[in-house]
Ligand binder design. Sequence first.
Ligand code: AMP
Length: 481
Amino acid sequence: MFAEMKGINEECGVFGIWGHEKAAELTYYGLHSMQHRGQEGAGVVVSDGQELKTHKGLGLVNDVFKQTRFNALSGERAIGHVRYSTQGGKTYENVQPLLFRSQTEDMALAHNGNIMNTDKLRGELENQGSILQTSSDTEVLAHLIKRGGMGINETSIADALNRITGAYAYLILTEEKMYAALDPSGIRPLSIGRLGASYVIASETCAFDQIGAVFEREVLPGELVTFSDGGITSIRFAMRGQRKMCAMEYVYLSRPDSDVNQVNIHASRKRMGIELAKESPADADIVIGVPDSSISAAIGYAEATGLPYEMGIIKNRYVGRTFIQPSQELREQGVKLKLAPVRGIVSGKRIIMIDDSIVRGTTCKRIVHMLKQAGAAEVHVRIASPSIQHPCYYGIDMSTREELIAANYSLDEIGELIGAESVAYLSEAGLEKAIVREKTIHQGICTACMTGHYPVTENRQQVMAHEVQLPSVGDSAHRKS
Ligand code: AMP
């Protein structure tokens, strides 16, 4: 269906705030809480209603803002971004938000997701004389917005969004307004919160808790929300039947204290562990989880089986996510630096080791080896998600099929390769049961990387808002009192 590709995927986190005198500083705190979504670069653009000012850099949020005097970033509106990309895109100019100056109006953009028809749009823009500075998708949207010559407003943004295909959560800041847009299938997370009279918006609700804001509502699929001094208004620029929130947000990406699409991450992971225990029990003495993302599922698995949950592996908190290392050799070294077995706990035991997912198989293989070296009698690997066999085109770094272990080996072969006594994955039905709750019942999840069923393809046209009967968003659009 798609050509195999290894482009710039952007897992990333976005944050925005409207109407707070400490907008830049609160953005810093919000980004800090979403550091797990990207460690390659961070930035903020702030507006005082007259001018857009920016501060950004490569590295962790703390490093980027270490010397920052927030007084110099005065203004009541801001957007921010933490960036994670695969190889090829690690340059300063790709760090977001991207800021575009023009004679009439400046604009800043921050983006989480992946645009699938970038190459085509890039080609069109270049043929028409546009000169693009970055290799990021985000710049393409900025050109599309400006190209019609209508200025930056709801209409020009909606028109531009209707030309792009993919999964995205966008924040756009001008001197006068802030806009937030979510793709028509709602694949990426984006929530709105309130902090007193101010509005906040973030990829994850943990950013709201960080600054004392309260969750107000989700941005809806295909919705464009406008924040201005008059309050917030919204239009639906496009939509597709069911929401398809990315399942990997629940499995791995988001923080346990966040609610994504109103479902708590820790609780959903725990349910994944419970379902996994029902589907794939094993004779064992203890249950352990790979820190940090598998702990919740391991607790659930232990609870459901009645086996003791133990801390069999500890994590060195000062080593970043191993997945991020650009080469296999570095990744393997990274796993060794990051994780260590608790010998006194695992020695002589039959262990059920829960991991949230297997992508290339590097992590799992290393850990099983490590546990065996520490004296584990048996290691039964249980994965709290279905096997990943297909690349992701929606912003999650799932690489090419060649690199995905489950796309190339049978279950028994995987067991042999990673050196485990047995391996089992959670079923698709089990995953869905763990994630989709009553309050989100009309909304589905995207499991394309597990099933190969892609909810959005490059050729499939978006359904324009005016072609379908759209549910009203009027009820949820607020005016500031
Ligand atoms: P691997 O060693 O390639 O099999 O990586 C699997 C591990 O990376 C899992 O245990 C997850 O915790 C983590 N992981 C899964 N998906 C991703 C992703 N898209 N980006 C970064 N890390 C991931």
